[in-house]
Design a protein around this ligand. Sequence first.
Ligand code: GDP
Ligand code: MG
Length: 623
Amino acid sequence: MYIFYLHSQLMEGEIHHHLDENIRPYIDLIDNLRSVGVQKDVSLPTIVVIGDQSSGKSSVLEALSGVALPRGSGIITRCPLELRLRKVTGVEWKAVLTYRSKSKADKKGNDVKKFEFKNSSNVEKHITDAQNELAGKGVEICDDLITLEVMSNDVCDLTLIDLPGIVRVPVAGQPEDIGDQIKRLIMKYVQKHETINLVVVPCNVDIATTEALKIAQNVDPEGIRTVAILTKPDLIDKGTEKGILKVVNNKVIHLRKGYTMVKCRGQQQIDERIPLEEALEEEKEFFQNHDIFRCLLSENKATIKCLAGKLTNDLVNHIKNSLPRLDEQVKKLLWNVKNELTECEGGPPQDPKGAKEFLIKTIKKFNSNVTSISSGELMLEENLFAELRGEFRKWNYTLNQKKSRFNNVKELMKKNRGRELHGFFNYKLFETILQNHVAQLKEPAIDLLHKTNGIINKHLTDMVSRCFRNYPVLQNIAKDKAENIQSSQQYKTEERISEQFDMENVIFTQDPLFLKTLNEITNERYSEEELPLIDKKCKYSQMLETYYEIVAQRLTDQLPLMVTNFMLKQTAEMLSIEMLSLVDGANVSELLFEDTEVSRRRTELRARLGRLTDAQEALNKFI
Ligand code: GDP
Ligand code: MG
């Protein structure tokens, strides 16, 4: 926008000075605030253009921005168009058009459509396309914002919003309440204290009846943030000039900031593709050659250049006036954000060192919980040992159940008798009966292993879920590790159980119980050194039972010890070590990735805190 008055020989020196010392810092401030994204939290000073349909709003905007916009008769602007002018030194002219698409979002959930332009010739068509997509191809309007960001050396940082024109009578195809719809949309913008309302009124209508002016007066009775523009001075009826001059001189409807008259490109000039710069020249000539309006030039009440200068001043003054309020809002929001953040604290710190310490602490806590349940320490929520003991008892019960199964020994002997004659005792037979009997225990033993494995897995998984509740990545890793360790430990234990049963296949004992039983049966007192030869008087069933008793005694503890040692103690130790080794060379932030409502809120609040803190810092230099 500066281009217009920087080129003006009359004001150049003065404006330059003015610009550097009084204007630039304020525009930069708002620019900075916008670049830290604080407009998401507070409204920043903006200029909004309002006026009746075809009053020349878009024409004024394009003259100010140097970008051709869709204009003409009828309802042309159907969505709010945000024109962000950014002064960027040392780059080629560039513009970016963005809006939220009505069609489905892409795979990444992104619904923002973005078009980049290297020159301004195609912009107009794309804006029309965007409007058609958002508001439909007809004549309806919509609230969705289309943003055109123009980056150039020749514009200043200024945001202007073009709004649909006010209509009173719906045209064919428009809903009955189109007038109300548009008014509602306009009100949304003009009532904000941060907005400068640029009211566009054509010279060739009765300005007293202008709706836009009424709206502006309504939301800003003192006229602090209302700027009026009179357009189309070339189209007035001969003879009405004097009346219009009265308006411009603030004698009809008084406005604190007064009026500026501008002449933009008419339809014919557009059709003839008269460039914007040329149109500016023509405007100057128009006023210079106008008998009545000529005086407005020296009074600084006419031309786009003059308007641009006023607008910049107005905006800067407006920014100055808005600062205390802005500061207050930012302070209040900061206070709120800090309060809200304390409510959802407890997440990992953001700095790498703190995050790593947090990770170590989290894993150590998990490890100490794992150690606790594996060593059977009493934990209120955890009852792993109680469940395991249940399985151990069942194992004991199975062993006991098989004790009294030898009373049919005669049957067994008959069935298993080999080549030997009656009356001869076959030790092999004794052994075989025992071997078979004990071998039957292998299946329940493996069953015990599987059941206890399931119980331990359930408790470990619960523990993982609880300790790493907010960290799905950590959770999955821990669950995988636990499962892998468990399955290799189960394999190992199964081998040990098999070995145990291989050993049980060797019938052997030096348990004194056996001798005791023998003495009871024979009514003698033998010692280990002088054992009797067992004759058929002996009650084999009792001998078998006694031996089995010894085996059962061995196994009733042996299996639970194996399970406790291999499945629980070793698993817990291995898991702890593996979890702790995660810390070395880990991608800490990935491991601590959070996936909860709270964490999303915390992330958003932290971002907000950052924005507001930056804003506060920027504001502090001005307040
Ligand atoms: P909007 O609906 O308020 O945005 O109005 P536009 O900017 O689209 O302008 C409506 C019509 O008036 C267009 O054909 C413009 O070319 C024309 N127009 C705007 N300003 C002037 C002007 O100062 N002089 C002349 N002759 N025509 C103008
Ligand atoms: Mg328009």
